[in-house]
Design a binder for this molecule. Structure first.
Ligand SMILES: *Cc1c(COP(=O)(O)O)cnc(C)c1O
Length: 398
């Protein structure tokens, strides 16, 4: 193992007394991010003013940081660019893929997909007004549902609720054999598990950076387009920064070269300063090491919780090779149990209707954190400590 996870842990700010198992929703603060953002504010924005676009390299940042993310998801340099939010990138990738399959009308996804992805697909279908159909089947039924009328298969690789992982390479092979393109959402894959987009022959992929990649709340999303498709894609969101020459201020839109055309408008410079600090940490990480450590953490958690909490039902696949880097348990009082856990310093989250969800990020979560968290959960269950009114009032964000 070349990755040193005790060294990376020291590079994150984690409040005293907290065991953080929610980095799959919002990654913690890389210590260097605070000073990196401060420098960006005072030395770049403050002193360079508009000159920062050239002098501080703000304009190249979406592609430069895209290349650093590319390494983590098995993409070649020059095939990933940052910007906007993940919902927007889902829309953009799906619109581009549909246009490459003009004779076909079916989009296939699964019922476990994140609602925003399905909402965006639904909205795009309405906007196009061309008779497209969004079809959803159970996650296990996706392979057999790939048919010859399929235009695009749109999937989230790792299920946000259960952590169940699709077999990316085999679904791509199957979809391509049927003449369809595939759009992957890597929200719970990027920085969580090894991904090999180029090796698997992926067409499009999108993901966010504020979960396992720790760019902070509101951090930009990324999009990948396979290099052989990038110059054929016609961007539906044809913003000026995706233009071949934004500063020609041409009245006619001409798409930029390759992945650059997937840019839309002004990038979030301060947020990318935070991402840069996080990617410095990722530089030392080997993804195979990350996966081995992640499996060790999730296996330990499942075994400890199942041994002590018989009323919690595992909602994640038992085989670690069929799940991402998160573990979920079901319980009818899941919300209250999670609030009781948070009150004791173990932070996970709740997903309706009954899921307690825990994310495991080897960069800052050690095996002893996992056994300590399981022990606190066991105590809460054994004493019914969750059964109090203050743990049952739902907050706006769960
Ligand atoms: C987190 C997540 C999103 C969130 O999209 P935003 O536009 O960044 O809010 C979308 N899709 C999936 C699968 C997610 O897990």
């Amino acid at each position: 193992m070349t990755s040193d996870f005790s060294a990376t842990r020291a590079l994150f700010h984690l409040p005293e007394g907290v065991i953080y198992l929610d980095g799959n929703s919002l990654g913690p603060l890389p210590r260097a991010a605070a000073s990196r953002i401060a420098a960006c504010v005072t030395q770049e924005w403050g002193d360079m003013l508009i000159g920062g676009w050239n002098k501080a390299g703000w304009m190249d940042q979406p592609a430069r940081l895209g290349d650093r993310i590319a390494r983590l998801i098995g993409a070649t340099p020059g095939s990933v660019v940052l910007g906007d939010t993940l919902s927007i990138k889902v829309w953009q990738a799906l619109a581009a893929a549909l246009e490459l399959r003009p004779g076909r009308r079916v989009i296939l996804s699964d019922t476990g997909n994140f609602p925003s992805d399905l909402y965006m697909a639904d909205g795009l279908v309405r906007t196009l007004g061309a008779g497209h159909e969004l079809r959803t089947v159970a996650p296990e039924a996706v392979g057999p549902a790939i048919s010859d009328d399929l235009a695009v298969l749109m999937l989230t690789e790792v299920d946000y609720r259960t952590g169940r992982k699709h077999d990316m390479a085999s679904l791509i092979t199957r979809a391509h054999a049927a003449g369809a393109l595939v759009v992957w959402d890597l929200a719970h894959s990027a920085g969580a598990i090894p991904v090999d987009l180029a090796g698997a022959g992926a067409d499009f992929a999108v993901g966010c950076t504020y979960k396992y990649l720790n760019s902070g709340p509101g951090g930009p999303a990324f999009i990948y387009v396979a290099p052989h498709l990038a110059d054929r894609v016609r961007p539906a969101l044809s913003g000026w920064l995706g233009h071949e020459q934004p500063f020609a201020f041409d009245a006619a839109y001409r798409p930029g070269r390759g992945i650059e055309r997937m840019r839309v408008g002004t990038p979030p410079v301060l947020q990318m300063a935070a991402l840069e600090a996080s990617l410095d940490i990722w530089e030392s990480i080997d993804m195979a090491d990350l996966r081995a450590r992640s499996i060790e953490l999730t296996e330990t958690f499942i075994q400890s919780v199942e041994a002590a909490c018989p009323t919690l039902v595992l909602a994640s696949p038992r085989d670690p090779h069929h799940r991402g880097s998160q573990v979920s348990f079901r319980h009818p009082q899941g919300y209250a149990i999670m609030q009781a856990l948070i009150a004791r310093g173990v932070i996970g989250d709740f997903r309706a209707p009954d899921i307690l969800r825990f994310g495991f990020a080897p960069l800052y979560t050690a095996p002893e954190d996992v056994t300590a968290a399981a022990a606190i959960l066991a105590e809460i269950m054994a004493t019914d400590a969750w059964d109090r009114p203050q743990f049952k009032t739902r907050a706006r964000v769960t």
